[in-house]
Write a protein that binds this ligand. Structure first.
Ligand SMILES: Cc1cc2nc3c(=O)[nH]c(=O)nc-3n(C[C@H](O)[C@H](O)[C@H](O)COP(=O)(O)OP(=O)(O)OC[C@H]3O[C@@H](n4cnc5c(N)ncnc54)[C@H](O)[C@@H]3O)c2cc1C
Length: 319
């Protein structure tokens, strides 16, 4: 099929072939047959604009939306596994995901607008690798890993090792990101981001998770930042500084300052590097304070095991 309307008039993208597939193996076969000149089509929310602007001119699109397995959410005692085709809106509204991965639920509502969230997929977001993307950041902080299907079978890659540069992953052109596995994660979380306009991409974002002992001491605090380098960044030392603390304001101030050691912000159309360096500790302070103050009021998230599907996503008006 070529990029023409029914009257044969050329459309915005360059001409491309189209294949709808029903298994990951079939997708890999097609990608291999095109020898790296085809693109996977998931939600199309990043791909379609790039095609329309002719930033990409693939020979073919391999449409994976018919692969039912990739739209599933599975949970057991140890992990939650989201198929690559789980839509942003499913993450936003699924009670299962809210119970198991509250940080993921929290960040989903910040992504684009309702239309983008209804079609965009978590796998597409991770594969696209926008350094300001909410899901790459949350997945990094939650210590997720991705299962990748390729010609030689499957491989598992930690999200911490998925990105090599801005918009660049270790996926090769014959591979499909199949699912994302999230281990059991700390009980508390917070997220905040700075945007120039409502629904815009973030200038700087910050996320954190952690556990609080009955004596009020915090353990396992992990702090991540988006928009401050070519890839999402985990501020490991800043998190370690908080181990055993009660997240007093002075502890938070020290940790927030420590994130400056690991960031290398870009200068771009949204903000200067200097402004991003100013924002990073400010937003880290905000999320750590919010996590501490919210800890005593957050609901117990440990019990819900109902499977979620993309059908859990409801338009805003029906909520
Ligand atoms: C107006 C607008 C606002 C937006 N705002 C935000 C925002 O605030 N935050 C944010 O994070 N994102 C934002 N996005 C992007 C959105 O989240 C996309 O949905 C997401 O980045 C890509 O997901 P997708 O399923 O649409 O992937 P697609 O657009 O279909 O694909 C994106 C890229 O990933 C590849 N790909 C997709 N799925 C796979 C897979 N399973 N395996 C291998 N490769 C794959 C494709 O080949 C393509 O190169 C916005 C988009 C728009 C149009």
């Amino acid at each position: 099929m070529h990029a023409c309307n029914p009257d044969g008039v050329a459309m915005k993208p360059a001409p491309f072939g189209y294949h709808r597939v029903f298994s990951a193996a079939e997708a890999v076969d097609h990608l291999s047959a095109y020898e790296g000149t085809a693109q996977v089509l998931a939600g199309g929310q990043s791909l379609a604009p790039m095609l329309n602007m002719r930033l990409l001119r693939p020979d073919a699109l391999i449409d994976i939306n018919g692969i039912e397995d990739l739209a599933a959410v599975r949970t057991d005692d140890e992990v939650a596994v989201l198929g690559a085709l789980v839509r942003h809106a499913t993450v936003e509204f699924s009670p299962t995901i809210a119970a198991r991965l509250p940080l993921l639920t929290r960040v989903a509502g910040y992504i684009g607008d309702r239309q983008v969230r209804n079609r965009g997929t978590i796998g597409g977001s991770l594969a696209h690798g926008d350094p300001t993307g909410e899901f790459p950041l949350a997945s990094l902080v939650l210590e997720a890993s991705v299962r990748i299907a390729g010609p030689a079978g499957h491989r598992q890659v930690r999200v911490a090792e998925l990105y090599s540069a801005s918009y660049t992953t270790v996926l090769n052109p014959f591979e499909v990101l199949a699912e994302i596995t999230f281990p059991a994660n700390p009980a508390y979380c917070a997220f905040a981001e700075c945007c120039r306009r409502h629904n815009d991409f973030a200038v700087v974002s910050a996320a954190c998770v952690g556990d609080r002992s009955p004596d009020g001491r915090w353990r396992g605090v992990r702090i991540g930042l988006g928009g401050v380098a070519g890839v999402p960044v985990l501020a490991e030392r800043a998190g370690e500084l908080l181990d055993g603390s009660d997240l007093a304001d002075r502890d938070i101030a020290v940790a927030a300052q420590a994130v400056l050691e690991v960031i290398d912000p870009p200068d771009d159309i949204r903000a200067s590097a200097a402004y991003r360096r100013h924002l990073a500790p400010v937003y880290v302070r905000r999320v750590l304070t919010e996590m501490r103050d919210g800890a005593s009021t957050m609901p117990d998230r440990s019990q819900d095991t109902t499977p979620a599907t993309n059908a859990d996503a409801k338009p805003e008006a029906q909520r």
